[in-house]
Design a protein around this ligand. Sequence first.
Ligand code: S3P
Length: 447
Amino acid sequence: MSASSLVIPMMSFAARPLAGEAKVPGDKSISHRALMFGALAIGRSTIEGLLEGEDVLRTAEAMRRLGALVTRQEDGRWILHGRGVGGLAEPEDVLDMGNAGTGARLLMGLVASHPFTAVFTGDASLRSRPMRRIVEPLSRIGAGFVGRSGGRLPLAVIGTASPIPLTYELPMPSAQVKSAVLLAGLNTPGITTVIERQATRDHTELMLRSFGAQVDVETLSGGGRAISVTGQPELTGCSIKVPADPSSAAFPVVAALLVDGSHIVVTSVGTNPLRSGLYQTLLEMGADITVANARIEGGEPVADLVVRASALSGVDVPPERAPTMIDEYPILAVAAAFARGTTRMGGLAELRVKESDRLAAVAGGLAACGVRVEIDGDDLIVHGDGGPAEGGATIAVNLDHRIGMSFLVMGMAARRPVGIDDASAIATSFPGFAGLMNGLGAKIEKI
Ligand code: S3P
């Protein structure tokens, strides 16, 4: 039985001032990609700092089922021996991707240009998420699909033996859709191009280059960029060092800002500019965050974040910033509830199709905790009075790890404790969350 099938109610009580140094687990986006690309490379790849959360472990298992040799050493390094581009094998059974949208969508792209059929499924959250956004472009390269209405999982991808190179403009800013098309392009002769009007996280592009693929990025005169991958490269095994996940670091960072007297350091956090929108926004709100020891590790920028408790003010967060902080709106909304004044977060349509409908979950949860909050079209508006929010509610998580962690942070600084009905989903991205936060000064307990 996986941990996610056990229901774990949790309660977060007022924290004492947070103090100390913390290292959050490895970046989820980078971890998925490292496993996939290592499985495609010739020779040996090593991954240091892989996120050993349930989402990523599902991808590791899927890569094994597709024929790669994937092992974990005692020192925590992961070793892969890949199959070469185009060399994946038909899986003998259904690939269960659990809660992982990134794992499912990127892998669907990868297998679409292989001449076999693979069947994907996932948990109730993943089975409810839209896959048409993947099915549509991958059908154009020649793959077939049999799925539920809306292209939902369980879904069979009938890969094609003669994929057609595609030029595809993304209808929504999505690094998952961009990556799925580019990965299908790896085993496609010729050049596959994705046009994105708003830049999204570029880990696929950066890491494919480290493995030896040719990836060209052109800035377009009308705004946006065209990303092209040259098909059928020989990828060579390499070493990947995974930075700490900025999306996970967001939880101790915001907690330290909100709990009076706190002073913490979160180490080796990824600072890729296409992931840094939350940090920019918090600085605009008056957060005392210092970026120390900025350096490049394994091709990605990282730094230590020094955070002190701060009085925050409401700001307008422009819709253009959304792709650089798409996973951080739940925790930003919690910060906004403690800020003085109104925070308007614009352009959040994509939040409705995450692990849960996050727009509804955040607004409902904040309202239950006594915060004045509105949804206006695709905008979320939070009114704070500069004092602690009331709290005192139990929030339904609906298999959404980031909703769970956001409201546990809320409980650390609210007047009354905040509970969540089920913390099990937290293990998808942040195993050890409660222990790490408690080590800094939180009081988060199973109930
Ligand atoms: C991810 C892209 C984003 C993000 C997700 C991880 C990725 O999803 O929300 O957590 O690793 O490419 P979308 O592409 O749907 O925006």
